[in-house]
Design a protein around this ligand. Structure first.
Ligand SMILES: *[C@@H]1O[C@H](CO)[C@@H](O)[C@H](O)[C@H]1NC(C)=O
Length: 191
């Protein structure tokens, strides 16, 4: 493969790993969702694996995706997202910054990668040591909306199907269309 083409693929893959394409566009209003109550950022830090996410065009670029959250001196969170592009045998890393702008809503985080725009990262539900449900929705005049969502797990393949089904049911009953999820390939990972 020529260098230029490889560069383009890497750029696209980086965008995917940073989550910018884990978003979907649709008509209608944002659902009103419940956030994790008394969210404890300290217990949430550390490594998470991506179990599924909204909208993945190029599945092949985004396998083995993980995120590592650690506290910085300024109280913000350092975000290290990592993915693996199987057919290029290349690791892909993106470093970002997250924080909760409003102390009254600790589960509503803003995340930013490089000079890109900041995105919303709302923790709807987590038990801190096995799963996390992340979602956000931006509405535009009640006419259309842009949504992001991920289910993360502490172990690479650490959640039972029964538990996943429960989380999906709970999201559905909040009005989130879980059909938009695509499962992340976490098999044969080098990292
Ligand atoms: C996560 O990042 C922190 C801070 O950079 C590091 O100390 C820690 O080893 C990382 N954890 C994993 C599992 O990579």
């Amino acid at each position: 493969m020529d260098v230029c083409r490889q560069q383009i693929i890497l750029t696209v893959a980086l965008v995917l790993v940073t989550g910018s394409l884990a978003q979907v566009f649709s008509f209608g209003k944002c659902p009103s969702v419940q956030l994790k109550q008394n969210f404890q950022l300290g217990s949430y830090l550390g490594k998470w694996y991506e179990n599924r996410r909204f909208f993945a065009i190029f599945e092949a670029f985004g396998s083995c995706v993980s995120a590592n959250y650690s506290l910085k001196d300024d109280g913000h969170v350092k975000v290290v997202n990592q993915g693996y592009i199987k057919f290029l045998k290349k690791d892909n890393v993106a470093i970002g910054d997250a924080y909760a702008p409003d102390a009254n809503e600790p589960a509503k985080l803003k995340v930013k990668f490089g000079s890109g725009p900041s995105g919303d990262y709302w923790v709807l539900d987590t038990d801190y040591d096995s799963y996390s449900v992340v979602y956000s929705c931006s509405g535009y005049g009640g006419v259309f909306k842009i949504e992001f969502s991920w289910i993360l797990t502490r172990e690479r393949n650490g959640l039972s199907d029964a538990k996943i089904q429960k989380l999906l049911q709970s999201m559905s009953s909040s009005g989130i269309n879980v059909k938009r999820f695509s499962v992340t390939d976490q098999s044969n990972c080098p990292n």
